[in-house]
Design a protein around this ligand. Structure first.
Ligand code: HEC
Length: 295
């Protein structure tokens, strides 16, 4: 009479397989926090426990029919822990008589072959792989499971939603709160290329709009250069509507303006001016001494 697999193993395997199935067919349904999932788990576990009790009854029945010697043997085996048994079965060696029984009737030069049955763990893995493969193919064919594009779209959606949420709650950057940061220069440069280069030229050398790399300024609204640029982006030029109030009209956000202003500060104060000799536009306005460093 064979010993039975412990109920704990059945429960573990069943719970594992159920989670696997949910992961494949309904992974973004938030099943882990749904009452349905836990209800299902509860029912499954109760069924397994009932099955186990029936198994106990049958076991007792069969046990009483065994001879005394068989009973001792059975109890000894039953008391060996499950994993110990698996381990033993994986490394089991046959006795000489057992070997005779499974010897295959061919050989050469004294080399013979035994018809061993496959170890349990190996068979288990094989069947698991087989079933997994079939379930995987069905899940792949009929659901979004394991489709990278679908996953990407879903993740992008959540990401954009969380960015929008963040933007909504994040403090808006305005003339008072805007701060210079060297970390913004690179992003500011990109934003400058898309929004400003058409008029202010490559690197701010000037064109339709004034040269932003020299010391001359038409508009002097704030004490510091950084804030002055931000002011221009918010209000546009009071004398020339070509320079539009980008922030007020909603073309750029305060956050982008903070980055662009950092870039303009950088090309004006931290790099050599693009003079007329180097292809820059002629200075316009008055020469300005800015105060307050980059604040
Ligand atoms: C459609 C053309 C145009 C675009 C696009 C433009 N500007 Fe201007 N900008 C001008 C003109 C023209 C002036 C001169 C305004 C004046 O005479 O007061 C100016 C002035 C300025 C000034 C003040 C310069 C000074 O000497 O007073 C700054 C700073 C400035 N622009 C930054 C920007 C930035 C940053 C962007 C990109 C977000 C931008 N501009 C986009 C045309 C433009």
């Amino acid at each position: 009479m064979k010993t039975r697999t412990p109920i704990s193993i059945y429960i573990l395997v069943t719970v594992g397989l159920t989670i696997m199935a949910f992961e494949m067919f309904a992974h973004d349904s938030g099943y882990f926090s749904s009452a349905f999932f836990w209800g299902l788990m509860l029912i499954v576990i109760i069924l397994l426990l009932i099955m186990n009790s029936i198994g106990d009854l049958i076991e007792n029945q069969n046990f009483s029919k065994l001879s005394d010697e068989e009973k001792v043997q059975y109890l000894k085996e039953k008391n060996t822990p499950y994993f110990q048994k698996l381990w033993n079965s994986a490394f089991k060696k046959q006795s000489v008589t057992e070997e005779k029984d499974i010897l295959i009737d061919h050989g050469f030069d004294g080399i013979t072959e035994l018809d061993n049955s496959l170890p349990k763990w190996w068979l288990g893995l094989f069947y698991f792989g087989f079933i997994f493969c079939a379930v995987y193919m069905v899940a792949f064919a009929f659901t979004d499971y394991a489709h990278p594009e679908a996953e990407l779209t879903a993740e992008t959606k959540t990401m954009l939603a969380s960015i929008a949420e963040f933007e909504k709650n994040a403090p808006q950057i305005n003339l008072e709160t805007a701060k210079y940061s060297a970390d913004n220069i690179a992003e500011g440069q990109e934003l400058f290329k898309t929004n400003c280069v058409t008029c202010h030229g490559d690197g701010g050398k000037g064109g339709i709009g004034p040269n932003l790399t020299d010391r001359h300024w038409i508009n002097h609204k704030e004490k510091s250069l950084f804030k002055n640029v931000f002011w221009m982006l918010e209000n546009g030029s009071p004398n020339n509507p070509t320079m539009r109030p980008f922030i007020k009209e909603g073309t750029i956000t305060g956050k982008d303006a903070e980055k662009i202003a950092a870039y303009v500060y950088h090309i004006n104060q931290e790099t050599a001016p693009i003079t007329q000799a180097k292809g820059g536009a002629a200075p316009q306005g008055q020469e300005v001494e800015w105060e307050n460093g980059n604040n």
